[in-house]
Design a protein around this ligand. Structure first.
Ligand code: HAM
Length: 427
């Protein structure tokens, strides 16, 4: 019999990669819980018109990338290419999107876009997203970007760049669109065939073209910052001030326009250095006007989504492995109670911890700790208990350190002290 293969761009997620998804999702969910977001699960298919109206008729997603099909009654349905439209639709339908009410929803799940598959770009991929509906103040924008930064830390991703821009609003964007359209017309000869269409239908997209010729032309295009109205300018300045005060590094780029039309004012993206062409691990922005456009009341909104495949790639396998961090080893039988207590404190602090007592000798216990892949061994013997100290061996660097157990009254303090020995900060 002929083998039946999977669909191009749709992937099976096998171990150990499935583990990486589990680990990263758990870490991100912990951050989302701390920010008081509740989970929403929306269906994978929606009416096609939902995406056409929200993402925009003239976007690449709606024009070329949607998996749409007719249901048996003739209704056009689409596999969701993103989560925001569905979440807003659901919030309106459930009566959650209301003036004077703040709704904080998060979601994890597969999304579908018929793009050309390449490294980091799939036709079925997974996003973790958040939507904060009902706030239009700059503090909300800053808090959402800080949450994004905290998600990156929790995921173990380093070296990323957060890029921000303001896209203006219904008051000032039309003038900017017109300016870009005029600029596109003046340089029409140098634009690719795609951009020839974009320049009249969706001129903002000119800034997003990856073609070398278009990039060169658009480098001198008028920046959106020159067209922002006073309220948009003030809003954006306050967002940037708050981000600076929060110590979240970011860069401002007038070229950042995003591939979805519902954005207004603040837009942002996270770029990772080691991913190649598909280097955006996440993106988001404010979408005031979307709730209304989908038939709800005039309620503001802002959110972002992280691409889990790209986030896992950016984090690297080491940051997501499930090996125990600490292996606690009793050197004598009488240390058993102390070992049990220490391990419990570490575990309650969220440290993945193993007790290794099966070996007769220290040497065999260390061999086992090594085999388990533990980063640290915590050695507890008679002397150690008497002196209120234990030995921490950094298994990777092969160095020994003395640790005061009294200092380690609380589990998190002990966990932090051990990590500090390994030169791991914060995490
Ligand atoms: P987006 O920028 O289209 O935004 O997608 C967010 C992230 O999903 C991207 O940064 C990328 O990591 C990942 N992603 C997108 N397409 C693919 C693909 N074909 N293969 C792999 N990963 C991909 C949105 O979807 C908005 N809904 C975000 C948002 C939420 N804005 C406001 N709230």
């Amino acid at each position: 019999m002929k083998k039946i293969s999977g669909i191009r761009g749709f992937h099976d997620i096998l171990p150990p990669q499935s583990e990486h998804f589990t680990v990263i999702e758990a870490r991100l969910r912990a951050v989302l819980a701390a920010y008081n977001y509740d989970e929403i699960r929306t269906p994978i298919a929606e009416r096609t018109e939902l995406f056409a109206r929200s993402i925009g008729e003239t976007t690449d997603i709606v024009e070329k990338e949607m998996y749409s099909f007719d249901d048996r009654d003739g209704t056009s349905l689409t596999l969701r290419p993103e989560g925001t439209a569905s979440v807003v639709r659901a919030a309106i339908e459930a009566g959650l999107a209301q003036r004077d009410r703040v709704v904080k929803l998060c979601y994890v799940g597969p999304m579908f876009r018929r793009e050309r598959p390449q490294k980091g770009r799939y036709r079925q991929f997974h996003q973790l997203g958040v939507e904060l509906i009902g706030r239009d103040d700059p503090l909300a924008d800053a808090e959402v970007v800080v949450l994004l930064a905290d998600c990156l830390v929790a995921a173990g991703v380093t070296g990323t760049e957060i890029v921000v821009n303001s896209l203006g609003d219904a008051a000032c964007r039309p003038a900017y669109r017109a300016a870009l359209a005029a600029y596109g017309e003046a340089h029409a000869d140098a634009l690719c065939t795609n951009c020839q269409q974009r320049r009249t239908r969706n001129p903002l997209r000119l800034l997003d073209c990856k073609e070398e010729g278009c990039r060169r032309v658009m480098a001198d295009a008028p920046p959106v910052s020159a067209y922002l109205c006073e309220p948009c300018r003030r809003h954006f300045a306050e967002v940037e001030r708050l981000l600076e005060a929060a110590g979240v590094p970011f860069t401002e780029s007038a070229r950042l326009v995003r591939g979805l039309d519902y954005y207004a004012r603040t837009a942002f993206e996270v770029l990772a250095p080691n991913l190649g062409a598909q280097n955006a691990v996440g993106g988001g922005g404010r979408y005031d006007g979307l709730v209304e456009a989908l038939g709800g009341p005039p309620v503001a909104g802002i959110g972002f989504a992280l691409g889990l495949e790209r986030l896992i790639m950016a984090a690297g396998e080491e940051a997501l492995d499930r090996r125990p961090e600490v292996c606690v080893i009793p050197l004598v039988e009488s240390a058993a109670a102390s070992v049990l207590q220490l391990a419990r404190r570490l575990r309650l602090a969220g440290t993945r911890c193993e007790i290794e007592s099966s070996g007769r000798s220290l040497k065999s216990a260390m061999r086992r700790a090594d085999k388990l892949g533990a980063h640290f061994a915590l050695l507890v013997g008679e002397d150690e208990i008497q002196a209120g100290r234990a030995t921490v061996r950094d298994m990777r660097r092969q160095t020994d350190h003395r640790l005061a157990l009294a200092l380690a009254g609380a589990g998190p303090v002990l966990a932090a002290a051990i990590r500090e020995i390994g030169g791991i900060d914060g995490a």
